[in-house]
Design a binder for this molecule. Structure first.
Ligand code: 3PG
Length: 214
């Protein structure tokens, strides 16, 4: 499955974040993202109903690869994997979360913000990390600097990304994906404007196609 995630991200290197408390809405948003060309989706565990949303979406949208985001504790990682998460994303680096993911052979993408944290992740055997919050901790400049010293690591900038700066991040060879919530604006989710979500996804796919030549 980890290979399949990477293959899909090679074709469309963007991971949209989905935040909702409502399983039906999570399904509709995921379907909209799929129509727009994005099939690796991170559902963030920031609402009471997030795990139910994850379980329902994993079942209803088998074409999507669903992951859990904002995984802060080992028990959340266990619950997310039980609910169908095929990858785990954390804002920071927590060894217990990494261990749970490894025990379940589930891809884990912890967040790092400095060279020391990237080095710690590398020491734990992790080749794929999130840079968070990317726009605040150094943006493309930081990614270029980290990429030049951690030659075998790949990065996913998240935090402050949008259609405006996506091409700049995707131009960096060490970036394996870009993550963000700009694809699922809260007002579009709340008002059921799924067409807008599809068109934002499609716009991101087009930007990636031009930036990466895929
Ligand atoms: C995350 O959890 O990765 C961030 O909240 C995403 O940041 P964004 O909302 O600026 O895209």
């Amino acid at each position: 499955m980890n290979d399949e995630i990477l293959i899909r991200l090679f074709r469309a290197p963007v991971i949209p974040l989905v935040q909702t408390d409502d399983a039906e809405i999570a399904i509709r948003v995921t379907e909209a993202l799929l129509r727009g060309g994005l099939s690796v989706v991170e559902l963030v565990l920031r609402t009471r109903g997030a795990l139910q949303c994850l379980a329902a979406t994993s079942k209803a949208c088998p074409e999507a690869i669903m992951g859990a985001g904002t995984v802060l504790r080992a028990e959340q990682a266990v619950a997310a994997i039980d609910a169908g998460a095929e990858f785990i994303v954390s804002p920071g680096l927590d060894e217990t979360v990494v261990s749970v993911a490894n025990e379940h052979s589930t891809m884990v993408i912890p967040g790092v913000a400095t060279a020391s944290e990237a080095q710690r992740a590398w020491k734990l055997g992790l080749g794929y990390v999130k840079i968070f919050p990317a726009s605040i901790v150094g943006g493309p400049g930081l990614l270029n600097a980290l990429g030049s010293v951690f030659g075998e690591m790949k990065f996913m900038p998240t935090g402050g990304l949008s259609a405006k700066n996506l091409a700049k991040y995707l131009a960096i060879p060490s970036v394996f994906a870009c993550g963000g919530s700009w694809l699922t604006p809260a007002e579009a989710v709340a008002s059921g404007d799924f067409e807008r979500i599809s068109s934002l996804a499609n716009e991101a796919v087009e930007i990636a196609r031009v930036a990466r030549g895929v």
